[in-house]
Design a protein around this ligand. Structure first.
Ligand SMILES: [Zn+2]
Length: 287
């Protein structure tokens, strides 16, 4: 019976209505017990837009929100929520396209403002994924990325909404740095969600930020040994060129139910991770 009991959540998924593989992954997610999806917009180029400008950010958000509207009509059993913002790699894309660092930085800040308006209007539940590149960049680009992130924290704090962070592989030092930055921006650290996080559940509880881990068995078991203060994500990219890049959304309900059946996760733990914790963080319904 456990299969239908826990409303499973994917805390970080992407879907690309322009170039993606269609809705089959969503149908599978639902069939295996998936109930809640936090859907994050992709980079401009994924939608066929060359790079981030205020216009293309608006276009991306239109496409993303329209997709969510369609999904809600088509799959009424789902709770589906938007997370919106400029991906940190957009800065690199702008520099590659020939923009100066100061122009690129200005576009990123403007994009955060545009995402902020969508959040303010109640059409998205968090800002993200924002942060800094996961690949090495020159010092000035790194500094600009941090300034943009600091601005995102300030914006989220004013909106009273969480932030989903994309960053380099986190360690305690970098997580503390991110937490300090959030606090300086006025954002409570427990509204800072680390996307693609390692399963450092205890350490991250001390820092205060929230880990969102990929639904892979080893990561989940490691996380469960340290508590239930974490979220689960597929980080599904919906990119035909990288079909197996992360995991398919259906993996989350399958894995959670499988761990429950094997006695490796209790129903109570599953409810906490999939429902109670996300409800507390985002302030919306996850069941
Ligand atoms: Zn992502």
């Amino acid at each position: 019976m456990s299969k239908v009991e826990v409303p499973i959540t994917d805390n970080h998924m992407h879907l690309n209505p322009r170039r993606g593989l269609g809705l089959r992954p969503i149908e599978d997610f639902i069939r295996f017990g998936g109930r809640n999806i936090v859907l994050v917009n992709l980079l401009c180029r994924h939608y066929g837009l060359s790079y981030l400008t205020p216009q293309s950010m608006k276009r991306v958000l239109e496409i993303h929100l329209k997709l969510i509207e369609n999904l809600r009509q088509r799959f009424p059993s789902l709770n589906i929520y938007a997370v919106v913002g400029p991906h940190p790699a957009e800065l690199t894309e702008l520099l590659r396209a020939g923009f100066s660092l100061s122009s690129a930085r200005r576009f990123m800040i403007k994009a955060i403002d545009i995402a902020g308006l969508v959040i303010q209007q109640g059409m998205a539940i968090a800002l993200g994924e924002v942060g800094r590149p996961h690949y090495p960049v020159p010092k000035d680009v790194w500094d600009a990325s941090n300034e943009i992130l600091a601005y995102a924290f300030m914006k989220a704090s004013r909106l009273g909404k969480p932030v989903q962070i994309h960053m380099e592989t986190p360690d305690i030092e970098s997580l503390n740095e991110i937490a300090d930055m959030a606090e300086r921006g006025g954002l409570p650290v427990n509204k800072v969600i680390i996307h693609h996080s390692p399963p450092l559940i205890r350490a991250m509880k001390e820092v205060g930020v929230i880990p969102s881990i990929t639904a892979k068995e080893q990561l989940m078991l490691k996380a469960l040994k340290e508590g239930t203060r974490f979220l689960l994500e597929s980080d599904y990219l919906d990119d035909p060129r990288r079909p197996g890049a992360v995991v398919s959304p259906r993996v989350i309900p399958r894995k959670v139910n499988n761990l429950i059946e094997r006695g490796l996760m209790s129903l109570e733990q599953a409810w906490h991770v999939n429902v109670h914790l996300p409800e507390k963080i985002y302030g919306v319904k996850f069941h």
